[in-house]
Ligand binder design. Structure first.
Ligand code: PLP
Length: 434
């Protein structure tokens, strides 16, 4: 029997009268009625009709301790009574910065913003201001927020994207100035020859190479072993800054993010999402010599809500737990994620559905494809994404919420019972797909 969505449908109809398109972010559009959440706790969500879901979206990644953990709720509530916003300096921001510095390899100096897009924007401005160069190498399929200068070739239609080894910059939105692509150099990720060739064509012009070090916006792809160390070496040789956008991977795939897990330290890291467990905070964290360009005032960085006291109180509480319980939280999250990954692959094989599951366990991607692996955007784009969107709808009917493109986030609140229930639900949904 289909879920009852009477109240959600009524809310959607009402919303469309006052909220453009009925949703507050394009990422929340669904083919049918968007999810109207009534409340969320631990690994669960309940919608406006009382339907319960085991949640693997987690607010698009942030809720790493699960929804509304006491440690976060208490920290936020206590700070609310001490002042919601100061737009001034305070002790908590220093403590959060000290914690980040102790956890993240590249984080010698830090600045805070509110959301990932802002910090990514700041990272590119910093790189340009620091090097005195204009161009930035960006990879097809990587997402660095919704701001104009980087919203190119995130999920471009392949018939507009040019050849794989020389992709062209495809705008992601109406209203972007085409000139904004002039200083972005697009190339194929996880392909050393493509990068070497691109750098050679623009010698002396490139300020930065920016990437998601584990690609999470077009699958969940860990790059080839030798790739990142070669990228690091090329950047060093050519005076190019290496920026890791760790908005998703930070504090998730390891306490120190992908840079810790993969053993490559960038010059600048961008963080958000999991660092405050669900409060809106982002951070720009980099080598002291680079961040000096902000410290000196040469490159401007600002924001009314930067180091917002309530959000910082949340970040302090969440980071303390992640750091001090690291030996428990990270291996357990990975183990449970891998139980799902292995279980999904076994179910798909039993049902004869061609499926690939890739990721670190803390996050992973299910792809509908017969390929043995997916290594970049073009290979991701060749998987059956339309049927994956259909599977998302079938999973919702079974009480499971995954990111519609097939991405799954784990939290410390997911239990082995959740995993068992999810495997059973997944089998039901997949059986209905064919
Ligand atoms: N960078 C990456 C890798 C992201 O995945 C996102 C958001 O999903 C952003 C930047 C932008 O962050 P925000 O949505 O908080 O602006």
């Amino acid at each position: 029997m289909a879920r009852k969505l009477e109240h959600s449908e009524a809310l959607y109809a009402r919303a469309r009268q006052v909220i453009a398109g009925g949703v507050s972010s394009d990422a929340r559009r669904l083919p049918g009625t968007p999810l109207y959440v009534d409340r969320a706790q631990g690994s669960r969500l309940w919608d406006a009709d009382g339907n319960a879901y085991i949640d693997y979206v987690l607010g698009q990644g942030p809720a790493i301790l699960g929804h509304s953990p006491d440690v976060l709720a208490d920290a936020v509530a206590a700070q609310m009574r001490r002042g919601v916003t100061y737009s001034a300096q305070h002790l908590t921001e220093i403590e959060v910065a000290e914690r980040i510095r102790s956890m993240v390899p590249c984080a010698e100096l830090i600045r805070f913003n509110s959301v990932g897009s802002e910090a990514a924007h700041a990272a590119l401005r910093l790189a340009r201001g620091h090097t005195g160069r204009d161009k930035v190498i960006k990879f097809e399929g990587h997402y660095h927020g919704w701001f104009d200068p980087v919203l190119f070739s995130v999920h471009p239609p392949l018939d507009a994207a040019g050849p794989a080894d020389r992709p062209v910059a495809v705008p992601g939105s109406g209203g972007q100035l085409p000139g904004q692509a002039a200083d972005l150099v697009l190339t194929r990720w996880n392909d050393l020859d493509a990068l070497t060739d691109t750098v050679a064509r623009h010698r002396g012009e490139i300020a930065a190479v920016v990437m998601e070090p584990v690609l999470c916006n077009s699958g969940a792809i860990t790059p080839d072993d030798a790739y990142l160390s070669a990228v690091r070496r090329i950047c060093d040789d050519e005076g190019i800054l290496l920026i890791f956008d760790e908005v998703i991977t930070g504090f998730r795939v390891a306490p120190g993010g992908a840079q810790e897990r993969l053993g490559i330290t960038p010059d600048i890291g961008v963080f958000g999402k999991a660092m405050a467990g669900g409060m809106q905070v982002s951070a720009l964290a980099g080598k002291a010599a680079v961040m000096e360009t902000i410290a000196s005032g040469k490159v401007s960085h600002a924001g009314t809500f930067n180091s917002h006291p309530v959000a910082m109180a949340g970040a302090r509480a969440v980071l303390e737990v992640l750091d001090e319980k690291r030996d428990d939280i990270y291996p357990e999250m990975e183990r449970r994620g891998r139980r799902l990954m292995d279980g999904f692959a076994a179910i798909a094989s039993r049902l004869g559905v061609p499926m690939l599951v890739q990721g670190t366990g803390h996050l992973f991607q299910t792809y509908l494809t017969g390929r043995p692996d997916v290594r970049d955007y073009r290979e991701f784009a060749a998987t059956d994404r339309a049927t994956m969107a259909r599977l998302h709808g079938l999973l919702l009917e079974e009480g499971i919420n995954m990111v519609p493109r097939g991405l799954w986030f784990l939290s410390a609140a997911h239990t082995d019972d959740d995993i068992d229930a999810t495997l059973a639900a997944f089998e039901n949904a997949l059986a209905k797909l064919s």
